[in-house]
Design a protein around this ligand. Sequence first.
Ligand SMILES: [Ca+2]
Length: 185
Amino acid sequence: MLVWLLRLLGQLRPAPAIKPATKKETMYTYGRKSTEQRRLLHPWLQLVLLKTLALHDHSVDQGGRTDTEQWEVYNRGASTLHPPDGKHLLGQDPAKEFNGAWSFAADVCPYINGQRVATSKDAFGPVQQAQFAYFLATLKAVADSVLSGTGWEIRLGVNWDMDAEILSDQDFDDWFHVELVWRGL
Ligand SMILES: [Ca+2]
């Protein structure tokens, strides 16, 4: 009876508030470039990545892009969008929430034991793909928790249509890409 009562009281206890990880709690830290790029991101995306960093090491390779940079990426086939479209473009805001200069997309890459997961065409084999997918699943779980109730969701370049199926139901895979999508409240 006592055990049952204690269990019930435990269940009734409010869930702890989620706070951004402090430096002390985080095993991993961003380098200079990742820090610079992260600062270009919408605050919700910044928070998602910071909380993910507490669980899985990674870099932020690209946050915002200027129009010229987006055209360059488009012209070499690494993006299907060119200005005025492109979630990396600084100054866009699908929720009309800000007039600011944030980017709504980032390119991220997992690190394991201090080493960047190899993603060149020759090196990106089943192990590397599994390692990358493991990281993205961690990021997605963090995002679903952090963004719950905000109207925002995360869309990954391995799952453009945001269903349960990654990679096998799409033609263009962008492993690095993570973006904020406004779904409304
Ligand atoms: Ca899909």
